[in-house]
Design a protein around this ligand. Structure first.
Ligand SMILES: Cc1cc2nc3c(=O)[nH]c(=O)nc-3n(C[C@H](O)[C@H](O)[C@H](O)COP(=O)(O)OP(=O)(O)OC[C@H]3O[C@@H](n4cnc5c(N)ncnc54)[C@H](O)[C@@H]3O)c2cc1C
Length: 445
């Protein structure tokens, strides 16, 4: 810890703006290094809205290092398989054997309620002595000599040698420092987590993560909280969004979007929460996340479409990488000296920007692949059915150990062009043909 730090209420070593999963996990990672960390959260209480989160081995590996994996196992579920099915006819397209996947990567693929994962990090922060402040809305950022300053809504300011902006998709820091806009995909997500008894007669697979992919829509199901709850996510393209209307993604559109899907999916739709929905937005990747001593992290830096189920994971990886680079340089600092934050931030940006760019762009391509119609849908299905369950060439680049340096970043997979698929005698359906482009073949996430 910086010996010049003052006690609680004084100047911290690091200010983290935003107490979501990204902000809290970064705060914990840095506090483990002995740094004095203060989190400024806009909401009146720390919490998470929504239902389930999938956390792949590149996340559970970090939870294990933090000593938090067993708590996550207790609160979550380790499913047996991830199965992708066609949403129209329910036929299986491809699967991952998650037990074998755990053997390959050394850590489990889990699902967990997002408020449970957030709670794990909140309690870990409390134990590590992170100063957790709510009702603090940051409205502006400034550079200072040797650090950065944040201005709060009430006019007060706080400063530190490092400010981590983890303020989410609509980040004030991103607006101030980068100035780009969010990108709408015209898709919207509905969520629901219900007692498992309510879905037992719906043809569900309690021990699997199941993803039904269909024309302009998909539907995800898995059990949560030790199997007592069942999580569902329904995602579809909004005709109102395509028509340029502002009020898009409303419940009437939900019912219409899944009208032609298989029994299990249609039985799930009436259970979706209808008082809240999530318009699916992301941003184009940017190459600069570090501005002086202000570093973007999590969705503020790289908000993805959720099709890779890596958004929260990337945020957790960001904090881990930042803290590891601090640790690597802390030993080199003269006794009682300040950490070389500029070197830490350069190393952070050097490795994370490219990894997250890959995930963001793959997520967009993956979404296009899931939502195909007509002949492209048949070609996709043929490619997926041909995949060997134990072929990991599409997961190694993302589920392996998080890279600390660019040379540790594994190579990407090679996309399989849709045109290479043999659909034999199958009749192309006379529906619309979205642009297929050069899409990635792969497995469900
Ligand atoms: C339908 C759906 C399914 C998903 N599924 C998965 C999945 O399975 N696996 C996965 O890894 N990811 C998934 N994601 C993505 C994941 O939810 C996000 O990437 C992740 O939660 C981002 O975390 P964050 O902390 O960066 O941002 P956020 O969770 O948005 O947190 C930002 C925090 O900052 C606070 N804040 C905002 N502005 C200010 C301000 N000005 N001052 C102070 N505080 C502020 C907010 O109140 C909030 O607490 C999914 C997303 C969606 C929409």
């Amino acid at each position: 810890m910086n010996p010049e730090s003052s006690p609680a209420g004084g100047r911290p070593d690091v200010i983290v703006v935003g107490g979501g999963i990204g902000g809290l996990s970064a705060a914990f990672a840095l506090a483990r290094q002995g740094l004095r960390v203060r989190v400024l959260e806009r909401a009146k209480e720390f919490g998470e809205v929504g239902a389930g989160l999938q956390i792949a081995p590149n996340c559970t590996r970090i939870l294990a290092e933090y000593g938090l994996l067993e708590e996550a196992r207790t609160l979550g579920v380790v499913p047996e398989n991830m199965v992708m099915r066609d949403a129209l006819d329910a036929r299986e397209l491809t699967r991952l054997d998650l037990r074998d996947l755990e053997r390959r990567y050394g850590f489990p693929y889990m699902v967990i309620h997002r408020s449970d994962l957030h709670g794990i990090f909140l309690r870990a922060c409390e134990r590590a002595g992170v100063e957790l402040l709510t009702d603090r809305t940051v409205v502006d950022y400034e550079h200072t000599d040797g650090g950065a300053r944040v201005r709060l809504e009430d006019g007060s300011t706080e400063e530190a040698p490092l400010v981590v902006a983890a303020d989410g998709l609509h980040s004030v820091a991103r607006r101030t420092l980068v100035g780009d806009d969010v990108v709408s995909s015209d898709y919207v997500a509905y969520r629901a987590a219900v007692p498992i008894e309510r879905v037992r007669d719906n043809g569900i697979a309690e021990k699997d993560v199941t993803v039904y992919v269909g024309p302009r829509c998909h539907f995800v199901q898995y059990a949560l909280r030790g199997g007592d709850m069942f999580n569902q996510v329904a995602v579809f393209q909004s005709p109102k969004a395509l028509a340029g209307r502002d009020d898009w993604g409303t419940p009437d559109e939900l019912d219409a979007a899944f009208g032609a899907t298989c029994d299990t999916v249609r039985k799930g739709i009436p259970l979706m929460w209808r008082d809240r929905w999530w318009q699916m937005l992301d941003r184009d990747p940017v190459e600069t996340w570090v501005h002086g001593r202000i570093a973007l992290l999590g969705d503020a830096a790289h908000p993805p479409l959720q099709y890779m189920a890596q958004g929260a994971i990337m945020a957790i990886e960001d904090g881990w990488v930042l803290a590891r680079h601090h640790a690597l340089r802390a030993g080199a600092a003269p006794a009682g000296g300040r950490p070389d934050w500029d070197a830490v931030l350069t190393a952070y940006e050097a490795v994370r920007v490219e990894h997250c760019r890959r995930v963001q762009t793959t997520a967009r391509a993956w979404g296009e692949l899931w939502h195909l119609d007509g002949e492209p849908r048949l070609r996709r299905n043929a490619i997926m059915r041909a995949r060997d369950t134990y072929d990991y060439s599409f997961t190694d680049w993302v589920y392996g150990p998080t890279a600390l340096t660019p040379d540790e970043e594994p190579p990407m997979f090679t996309p399989i062009p849709l045109s290479s698929a043999d659909i034999g005698e199958q009749e192309a359906e006379p529906e619309t043909e979205p642009e297929a482009g050069a899409l990635a073949g792969g497995h469900p996430r």
